[in-house]
Write a protein that binds this ligand. Sequence first.
Ligand code: GDP
Ligand code: IMO
Ligand code: MG
Length: 418
Amino acid sequence: MNVDVILGLQWGDEGKGKVVDVLTPNYDIVARFQGGPNAGHTLEFENQKYVLRSIPSGIFQQGKINIIGNGVVLDPALFKAEVEALEESGHPLTDRLFISKKAHLILPTHRLLDAAMEQSKGDSKIGTTGKGIGPTYTDKVGRNGLRVGDLFHNFEEKYKKATARHIEMLAQYDFEYDLEEIEAEWFAGVEKLKTFNIIDSENYINKSLVTGKVLAEGAQGSMLDIDFGSYPFVTSSNTICAGACTGLGIAPSKIGDVFGIFKAYCTRVGSGPFPTELFDEDGQQMRDVGREYGSVTGRPRRCGWIDLVALRYTVMINGVTKLVMMKSDVLDAFETIKACVAYNINGEETEDMPYDITENIEPVLVELPGWKTDMTKMQSEDEFPEEFNNYLSFLEEELGVPIAIVSVGPNRAQTIIR
Ligand code: GDP
Ligand code: IMO
Ligand code: MG
């Protein structure tokens, strides 16, 4: 059996959590492969709303195993809070959530370093989520990291050594902090974490593949990928399909379908280039109707028209086999819909993603008629208005991949499989 992958094709917050939840009944295992609590994956069903950060979005469908893979970075304090909130709402997890021994730990000092580094960057800050993601992955690659498996072997000594190193680094910044307070919370998290099944998830997943199907859940989006995103305004992991191989221990030959998720428009949170960004009423309308405020930090998301230069690029990098279009309903009231089909760079048009999109990029926009219909009530594609079908066909032609799923509202039920 194969591993199917679900990942974001834009700058994150495409609606990955919702789609993972909807597709989970088709799988035996759901596994997160990268990122950490910088993610905020929102699910809505039965009049309840849940935001997941480190826990996979398959957790609400009964009888499925969920795995936090080796590619994830885990903050025990935030993990404990997330687990307890779920337990309180009637969703105990200990028997169906497994954690990789090789997942790296976000230490309290990683969080402090994230904040100190951002502060020192001033106007050129990345606008991180402040969860310690960059410093934790830096330690992983620098071979200084601590992993979940270390909690059971001489942990105190390893922790003290790592923290001492970080305190020396923090001394280089003009940054005040109170470590003791966050440490207490962090160690309480460690105790909670230890009550879970901590496993060699690469073995577990590969053995399960003999008879079972696995869904790999990505976090962030391909334009935030450390190699192919809008560097340096990116996150610190491989958010692309290849990240599912390294982040779970799956051979490339085992990858099946790659579901690429995008919004009918585009958003980004944090700093960095965004060629189709709107600063006018249209952008504000997308923000208001789409409730475009960060699920982790509450920051207003920047909004703009769909960017097909970026999407063509991320479809290519990921080998997307099925597209999923989210938040179609947010554009219901627009008279016309615009789409960026190329970039004009100093008078020259290109359809390929350039090395740098920071300056002198003018989006070449085409206009399509809006559908002016309430999409949220749609039950099947037979009900789609003609203009909406035209938008779908236009995107499929531009991107060369079929749109297999259309989402018309935040609720689990507002999903149309084509
Ligand atoms: P993720 O990080 O990719 O899982 O996405 P987020 O959860 O951060 O952001 C997506 C937001 O859009 C959430 O608030 C969802 O509840 C909401 N959402 C998902 N699909 C739709 C949709 O089709 N229409 C509308 N209006 N909202 C949606
Ligand atoms: P989900 O999984 C949107 C952005 C931050 C910042 C940059 C680096 O919900 O789609 P980091 O804290 O990772 O070092 O921040 O990446 N970012 C996200 N933007 N959705 C996310 O996750 C994000 N995770 C990180 O805003 O610009
Ligand atoms: Mg999100």
